[in-house]
Unconditional design. Structure first.
Ligand code: SAM
Length: 279
């Protein structure tokens, strides 16, 4: 039964439009509309909100977003088979849902949404990290989005929210937490999806900070952090070798022992190192 709106239950939508999940498209659908409404609400109050949804599929989360009060949803779906089902939702919410049949990696969101927008998505796992890194590295800060509420496989969610010293702490944690607050707000077992994936999933909510936590040039910081974690078990004097002359002096000037390993360096220290290197 659909309790969210007067549209058919998702199992009927899938049967009517023959939407058998394709692995190549990263398709694991959420069919429980109570759950999709809850995920929609994890992004905050939706009344009047403009939302980018990547990969709406048969539209469970899309319906959650609209039923919870989003004023505009831009839904970008690569699989053309989903379009008729999404058009039915668009007809139920006239003027509120724009469906684009295309690749989320190519979309110009500003051409469709005019106000501040947020992203809410059950991401296809194969492009999830790439999309996140793009949203986290815009040309300037603050970014055009206010928050990201994203479903990932649980291991990726843990990499985003990890702290120094955690096994999962790395480039993704530094990139994410330098300019956002990031927390896991829901975990889901495989059975929540159809078909069930092999892994557990988690929703991460990231809110853009008005300014980075610590000053640093974004390009330099990204380069230093990427190189540091590339050989995460090595001491930094070895892992960062060749990055700059006088590496050990610069590490010490940033308050980091040259024998330290990347996995123990805080975001504040990475930023200090990026500043010393910029000088
Ligand atoms: N939102 C739906 C749900 O929660 O049931 C579907 C989520 S499913 C994990 C991922 C969706 O992303 C699929 O509908 C898939 O077709 C779509 N997709 C895959 N690659 C895409 C891309 N590059 N751009 C846009 N959508 C994509």
């Amino acid at each position: 039964m659909s309790t969210l709106d007067d549209l058919p239950p998702l199992r009927d939508v899938i049967a009517t439009h023959d939407l058998r999940a394709k692995k190549s498209m990263g398709q694991n659908f959420l069919l429980d509309l109570n759950l999709t409404a809850r995920i929609a609400r994890l992004s905050g109050r939706l009344e009047g909100a403009q939302v980018l949804e990547v990969g709406p599929g048969p539209g469970g989360l899309t319906r959650g977003l609209l039923a919870e009060g989003a004023s505009r949803v831009l839904a970008v779906e690569k699989d053309a088979r989903c379009l008729p089902a999404l058009e039915e939702i668009a007809a139920r919410y006239p003027g509120q849902l724009t469906v684009v049949n295309g690749d989320a990696l190519q979309i110009d969101v500003g051409a469709h949404l005019d106000g501040p927008w947020r992203v809410v998505a059950n991401l296809p796992y194969n492009i999830g990290t790439e999309l996140l890194v793009r949203w986290l590295t815009p040309a300037s800060w603050p970014p055009p989005w206010s928050s990201l509420t994203l479903m990932f496989q649980k291991e990726v969610a843990q990499r985003i929210t990890a702290q120094p010293g955690d096994k999962a702490y790395g480039r993704l944690a530094v990139l994410s937490q330098w300019r956002t607050t990031a927390e896991i707000v829901m975990t889901l077992p495989p059975e929540a999806f159809s078909p069930p994936p092999k892994v557990h999933s988690a929703v991460v909510h990231l809110t853009a900070l008005p300014e980075p936590r610590f000053p640093a040039d974004a390009t330099i910081l990204e380069r230093v952090v990427a190189k540091g974690f590339n050989q995460r078990r090595k001491m930094l004097r070895a892992a960062l070798k060749g990055l700059v002359p006088d590496l050990e002096d610069r590490l010490m000037a940033a308050g980091i022992a040259p024998t330290e390993r990347a996995e123990r360096v805080s975001i504040e220290q990475w930023c200090a190192l990026a500043r010393v290197i910029a000088d």
